[in-house]
Design a protein around this ligand. Sequence first.
Ligand code: PLP
Length: 480
Amino acid sequence: MSQDSHDRADMTDAEFRMALAQVGDWVAGYREKAGSMPVLSRIAPGDIEKALPMDPPALGEPVAMWLKDLEEIILPGITHWNHPGFMAYFGITGSAAGILGELVSSAINSNGMLWKTCPALTELEQVVLRWYASAIGLPRDWFGMISDTASTSTLVALAAAREATGLNVREEGLSGKPPLVLYCSEEAHSSVDKAGLVLGLGVRGIRRVSSDMALRMRVDALESTIHQDLSEGRRPFAVVATVGTTSATAVDPVPDIAEVCKRHGLWLHVDAAYAGSAAIAHEFRWALAGCDQADSLVVNPHKWLFTPIDCSVLFTRKPEMFREAFSLVPEYLRTDVHGAVDLMDYSFQLGRRFRAIKLWFVFRYFGTEGLAARIREHVRLAQAFASWIDAHPVMERLAPAPFSVVCFRIHPRGTDDEAELQRLNASLLERVNAGGEVFLSHTKLKGRYCLRMAIGNLQTNMHRVQRAFHLICETAGLSS
Ligand code: PLP
């Protein structure tokens, strides 16, 4: 292949079909065996770099050689997020349908910056996002767009919020304006702070409002912080409420926060990156109560809707504010098409991948009832785990578990020093993870260190969760 591959532009059709079969075999094999590999990669920093050549090959190499290196060099350096024992951060799944969608999207390789540059990309995205909105109980007429991550979605939403202040920041910049202030709870994700930093608020322009014992934003604290900022000449402009906080999946009281926003004329952005998809099951619709009052909301299908990374959805009822913040059309991007959505007008990014295909395939494969059933199952598994923790004399739960994440720790009788408890639990976590069967992560809640069991992989079943509980007990020297 190497020498004569120079003679043609790309693989021949026959070569491509063969390569597709080889790669397809690898992918299917990987999916089958992922669960039997150590979930957390065991390599040391630099191992992969050392194993690979310094320079690319001068002549092309056959697919079999790429796959051999993939298997022998790359695979040991993979931490397997698609593993049934992956219970860290948020458990996720690149489902079969989603993987196929990624493949098709790469093959099409369209860039949806304008409607004209790929009409189907723009229109399928609008249709699938209407499906998604209606599946989770949001208004169907909200505008939606897909981007890579919730970090991007939140940044873009807060840029629109800044434009909605009427301070004309787009035209005049921030100089000479009253300092803008953004509010979120102390449990909000760091992407909110980063968005604030990019938007020029400075650390002092980002208020982290205290949370109650259930880790929900305290609305009285929000209200009093806003009053204080107003009295000191600052300009509150947006609140980010979280539906499913990163550490403990707490749900901020969105209806009350929406009231506060209405009273003070603030933009309400909801970060439902993880838990928003749960509302596809009717018994979890409560989680999005009040969100129809929001100005924008982010939810990530790549977290709990079985869609391969990356896929984040931003919904808004005020698309015109996004256009005001971002629409900028140089001559070379002008078209004569009227009455169509040009997605580049709603965000800072120009190019965009055809991510809607994988989400479309996911909906087509599972159906909304199938998706709801999987979500329910994950919650059932997490609730079972929570009940074992609650029943155990040496374990304790540190937060309510409304969805599929359980925060817990071992707490031996007589050991009440927080530093000692942290040392005990951090050491337990390290030893449990070293076994390779499961991968859990940790957090701190109200200053207390704890472990997190996060279920979100489609291959995780009751047996795996029981095994995880048993391993934790055994490693800690406790009976299970
Ligand atoms: N919001 C919440 C609540 C999260 O938990 C996370 C990540 O875990 C994010 C936002 C950021 O997500 P992304 O990696 O898509 O930017």
